[in-house]
Design a protein around this ligand. Sequence first.
Ligand code: GLN
Ligand code: ZN
Length: 767
Amino acid sequence: MRTLAFGFPRLGEQRQYKRLLEGFWSGSLTEADFLQGIATLKRERLREYEGMDIVPCNELSLYDPMLDTAVMLGAIPRRFQPYEGLTTYFAMARGRHALELTKWFNTNYHYLVPELEEPRFELQQNFPLDDVLFYRHHGAETVPTLIGPYTFLRLSKRVRPADSSPTAGAPLTDSELADFGAAVVPVFAKLLSSLAAEGVTQILVHEPALALDVPEEHWQLVHAWYSELSAHRVALWVLCYYDSVCDFQRYAELPVSGLGLDFVSNSENWHLLQRYGFPTGKTLIAGIVNGRQVWRSDLRERLHFLEELHRFCGDIVLAPSCPLAHLPVTTALEQRLPSGLLERLAFARERIAELRLLKAAWLGDSAALQAVHATSQLLHLPFARNEHVRQRLAALTEADFHRHPSAAERRRLQSQLLQLPILPTTTIGSFPQTAEIRRIRTQYRRGELSAEQYETAIRNHIRHAIAVQEELGLDVLVHGEFERSDMVEYFAEQLEGIATTEHGWVLSYGSRVYRPPIIYGDVWRPRPMTVPYITYAQSLTPRPVKGMLTGPVTMLLWSYWRQDISAEELAYELALSIADEVRDLEAAGIRIIQIDEPAFREGAPLKRRDWAEYFRWATRAFRLCHAKARPETQIHTHMCYSEFDDILDFIAALDFDVLSIEGSRSRGAIVDNFAALPSGSLQVGVGVYDVHSPAIPQQSDIEGTIWRVLHIVPPEAVWINPDCGLKTRRWEEVIPALRNMVAAAHHMRQHLAIRTTATRNEHDGTP
Ligand code: GLN
Ligand code: ZN
């Protein structure tokens, strides 16, 4: 029985990785100092992996492992050539026209999408070998990790050289997959020989894409590729995680020496293993401790499970279910968690300790066995229940998930009450989070500002934002979200049953980090969370101000959550708190409420067959938030930066009144599919301003996007807004951009008015 941990967070206990990258980018660190700092972080990883029998390398990417793979294989889009080391590397990652960022599987990590122009590859940079030699120099023998050819190609996109741009391209077709595979596998083979020549005997190959829906034609290719690769003198261990493998038997047949199985995401791998057995002669890399959630493992139960596994396979390697990168570094720094919580948690470092303990216990070490029993006893004590919440949940009936009257009827009432012009303009919620705002927040946290001083400062920003919006002539205003550092953490801090951490940072992409809250008990809302600031904003203007809430699905998915009740129940608990907030906002005179669900798509399981079940409860959770809203309260929702085309039916089932959605990067192309939505009731705001770019959109471009939308959606159902919140932009960019947006809306209104008059005249027979 051996142990292997992999994917330890790159960030470092003190977020050194972030500081190094940002220091280098800003010019305050020289390249030499930067690389020195990275080398230190690399060496520290050896300490984190201490006691593991197999220690991986090539894990400390300088931005993203998919980018590394593209660079390693020479897949450099023409606009970045020639490749000149770090400068090109970071240009691809974050320069002008950088590669596109997209969600990595069903996680909240974003990877850079490689653009494949031609089926031509070369071993451009041998990162794995460099790392093997680096660690050898420091006295450690490591096992290089790679993203395998299937995952690399499946998650890349094909771009014709002519339209090489971050937004162009599409996933590879089956025949492209074959062609590009035929070109890339020899480069992987060359890489393996170079490693073998240096005495490397084993490699870990990440193939999480084998947990997606993998069609038969793909399996044939994958099988052929691995036959070719296994001809080298290096033992290949394939790892597949985030879900069960798509086809257990096909997977088991792969001609490699080790196969990883995730026994945590769900129980399917285990069921299939019992049915089909494990191929003889192969090593099983058993993912038995959770790499996605922060709860300590029930080690007694895991030990028992290992015994079961052992009946099917003699050579087992204990491992986490997936890379540890989805966890914060360590619980050791947390000092303000609610009592009883800390001892139930395991972040990345503590997960590794669990693997060590499991192995020791397996070998019969009595201290380890005692420790194993002690943990399980603790974990079985009831924790943070709230009977009132449980009762509310139990009392829910079908009626609690259905809003009345119909969307069409609500629309009539709302338009009477709101009296908005056609093509109303609005924004998504946040306004620039300036250095000044971050400063007051830090000062308040440190106790340098009293609550009263802090609130006054926030109110001043709100007053400014309202004045700016009125001056710009926007129709529906927002308060600006200055009090929120993060749309999930802000609510998590105010809800009971959810803890926030001090140091629990996780990388979202590049050097960007966030701190997922931890939902540990029944969730409830002791007091209103947004009412004072929103009503203050509303008191400053006669125009409607939107109340801004984060939806239950996003709250859940961007947190860690307890596993003793279902995600569905937990989403309903969150939804009940949000429903209470909706009620309080209405009572305070707020007429429009937006419930953001940017993570709605991300929660979709990797395999289509599981979609219906996820979307069933995800939609119900959202509907629970607004089912009791007054008919005249207009409910908005917002989603961004995902593929929506294939989930429009699920989106429509949310039964909102207005949806705002990303659109500017595809110049409104997303709406082509809206033709399928029930028209006459739902309204859509298509983003006409790409908030992730500092460029200021021109009025004519915005009008172009609106025209495109108007071809599909009737003008009465169209809203005009940016793609997403404006918190990452500067006021100097936001004001001219919104001015152009409002001007475009006004201009289009005139057009529409002329058109309507003209048609009316035609009908009248008047010239
Ligand atoms: N209301 C949020 C904001 O404007 C929405 C953010 C998001 O969609 N990610 O910041
Ligand atoms: Zn958004």
